[in-house]
Write a protein that binds this ligand. Structure first.
Ligand code: ADP
Ligand code: MG
Length: 346
């Protein structure tokens, strides 16, 4: 796929490490006032005045977290940034800078890395974050990319995982399960292609799902929305590892239980249809699918009137006393213990 899309190929060794870094980063223009010095010195310099600083980092390894046979490099660059910004927004913060470190084998060309950085730059422009540094090294095999995101928040606005209280409402943004099903669809098309290279995949019925997998967005808008609504969540987490396991993180760290209602789980019509087609249980997919870069938060009951009319937010349950445990209440009104299925990366 990389070869097909980039007939002109310049080998990495032709350019050298320093040439490559400046080639990839020269068109990035820092715009945040907190960025004092971006790429180009031994260290970036940032100034956050009286704010508290948020730092988060993630690794993506080829063959473990992504597969380049259906993930174009531009999308990979975009998604790698999004995954980190989502963790800043999950603290109710503003993301302002990223660093990007890559290890690449000589299988990759300069043009391939240009694609990767085009995706990184698109995310930087859309989410208004500055690229302020990174590291570049070679690998024996494959591509590894690590992004660190930096942001800030007022001390009293930061939302931790450990402050949920009994009777708080559990709220989730957007809808669930799309990214996992997008992965299933792409995986199926890949297998069809391997058997018959002339087969043309028809992804139109799955457009939303494929987009959720290949071009996810982070919920920067929710941080602004909560500010406008004057709601400070009592706890918040991003649900990239699956709703179930993230709810259990909140319960464990806040020392509370919860009741989650199956009938309340927000599902896109494409998710429902595709679950039928693949004979998957949509509740299992919504609970354990993972990679939906949505936010899960808890609010005190008195804030309910402020959020209830909002189409981006769905109340899916409530927090209980710790001795009640964490449960899913099914459509048949049965209580099932919530389990963290975790998310096995593709
Ligand atoms: P050092 O020898 O101090 O590690 P480098 O030569 O690796 O410095 O990096 C020079 C500058 O380029 C630094 O500002 C560094 O943060 C930045 N940089 C290096 N690699 C990358 C990359 N892959 N993406 C963005 N910036 C990078
Ligand atoms: Mg370096």
């Amino acid at each position: 796929m990389i070869e097909d899309k980039n007939p002109a190929k310049t080998s990495l060794s032709e350019m050298g490490e320093f040439g490559l870094i400046s080639h990839l980063t020269e068109s990035f223009n820092p715009s945040q006032t907190s960025t004092v010095k971006a790429v180009g010195d031994d260290s970036a310099v940032l100034d956050f005045k009286e704010k508290q600083v948020l730092v988060t980092t993630d690794f993506l390894v080829e063959g473990v977290h992504f597969n380049l046979s259906y993930m174009p490099l531009k999308h990979l660059g975009y998604k790698a940034v999004i995954a980190n910004l989502s963790d800043i927004y999950a603290m109710n913060g503003t993301a302002t800078q990223i660093t990007v470190s890559i290890a690449v084998s000589n299988r990759f060309s300069v043009e391939a890395l240009e694609e990767l950085y085009a995706g990184i730059q698109l995310a930087c422009n859309i989410y208004k974050v500055d690229l302020v540094g990174g590291d570049t090294t070679s690998s024996v095999q494959g591509l590894t990319i690590s992004v660190t995101a930096i942001g800030y928040a007022d001390k009293d606005k930061i939302t931790y995982r450990n402050k949920a209280k009994a009777n708080d409402l559990l709220v989730v943004t957007g809808d669930l399960g799309g990214a996992y099903l997008g992965y299933q669809v792409l995986e199926r098309e890949k297998q069809v292609f391997e058997v018959n290279p002339n087969a043309q995949p028809d992804l139109a019925p799955y457009s939303y799902l494929v987009e959720r997998q290949l071009k996810p967005e982070a919920r920067k808008d929710i941080v602004r929305l909560l500010e406008e609504l004057e709601v400070k969540p009592t706890s918040m987490i991003d649900i990239s590892d699956g709703l179930s396991s993230e709810i259990l993180h909140i319960c464990k760290q806040s020392k509370v239980g919860c009741n989650l209602y199956e009938e309340k789980l927000p599902l896109d019509p494409q998710v429902i249809q595709t679950c039928e087609e693949f004979e998957l249980n949509s509740t299992t997919v919504a609970l354990n699918g993972g990679e939906d870069y949505e936010l899960l938060f808890t609010i005190s009951q008195e804030d309910y009137p402020k959020i209830k009319a909002n189409p981006n937010l769905t109340v899916i349950g409530h927090i209980t006393e710790p001795n009640e445990g964490a449960h899913l209440v099914t459509r048949a009104n049965q209580k099932v213990a919530l389990k963290a299925q975790g998310w096995t990366h593709q």
